[in-house]
Design a protein around this ligand. Structure first.
Ligand code: DC
Length: 254
């Protein structure tokens, strides 16, 4: 396991962004963005990382990549989940993000294969909460995330970033929006990508994941005490970004 971890950390490529003025003179902090699925965490986290010249890490992509691995190996399907088979193969799962300048963020690679598109498919969404509930999976991924963020200057989004991965993060944001609003956004995204899904299926998936993510034993999704909550049901992307930038500026000047 140790050797595998080293290999992962050694190969994580995040070329430095061009730091935007005036932020590059300021001290680097850790920014944790947690919240329910499809709250637009990754959109705002990417925007923020670009603005500040920070590294962006989408931890959901890591859980999704492990799920894709389990699906391909048929360790998970319907109601069947062979957790032990997956746990035994965790040392064989190599994850890395490789920065793609064309899209402006690090894309997910599973054992040297780019899986950015595959991990966003509905099938992965259906099983990911079950995989993310396995303590051994969480332990491996949390260790990798902590390593990626040890130099600070990072915006990380997920479910347990402010509570477990970086409880000392200087800025913690907790994003919420109604399940209907989130399902609508996700439905639009999937339809635009050509996936044949109904709004009802997406809403059911969002509600089921909310339930599994908030009730699992290991690191359930909860708002950290010191997190700032943003309900973006009625916020525009610009409005939301400005709000978060204000929070960042307040944190830095404290
Ligand atoms: O952010 P997302 O929807 O891509 O995340 C996919 C799943 O991974 C989500 O249902 C919960 C899980 N997850 C987690 O348990 N912890 C994280 N830090 C990130 C995601």
């Amino acid at each position: 396991m140790e050797g595998v971890k080293k290999a992962i950390f050694g190969t994580c490529l995040f070329p430095a962004f061009q730091p935007a003025q005036p932020y590059f003179m300021t001290k680097k902090i850790t920014i944790a963005i947690d919240g329910f699925s499809s709250t637009g965490k990754s959109t705002v986290a990417k925007q923020l990382a670009k603005e500040l010249g920070y590294v962006y890490v989408d931890t959901g992509a890591m859980y999704r990549a492990v799920t894709l691995y389990a699906l391909r190996k048929k360790y998970i399907f319907d109601d069947h989940f062979d957790k032990n088979a997956l746990i035994a193969e965790l040392p064989l799962i190599r994850l890395k993000f490789i920065f793609n300048p064309e899209v402006g963020f690090g894309e997910m690679y599973l054992n040297d294969e780019k899986v950015e598109k595959e991990i966003r498919q509905m099938e992965v969404s259906q099983y990911v909460s079950k995989v993310a509930a396995v303590p051994e999976v969480r332990e491996m991924l949390v260790a990798q995330q902590q390593e990626m963020g040890k130099e600070k200057g990072i915006v990380m989004d997920g479910r347990d970033i402010g509570t477990v991965v970086f409880p000392e993060a200087e800025l913690k944001i907790f994003m919420t929006a109604s399940a209907q609003e989130r399902a609508q956004r996700r439905y639009k995204e999937l339809s635009e990508r050509g996936e044949e899904v109904t709004y009802k299926e997406v809403l059911e998936n969002v509600e089921e994941r909310d339930h599994l993510d908030t009730t699992r034993k290991d690191s359930p999704l909860v708002k950290a005490k010191d997190a700032k909550e943003i309900d973006n049901s009625h916020l525009t992307l610009t409005g939301q970004f400005e709000k978060i930038l204000e929070l960042y500026n307040a944190t830095i000047s404290n």
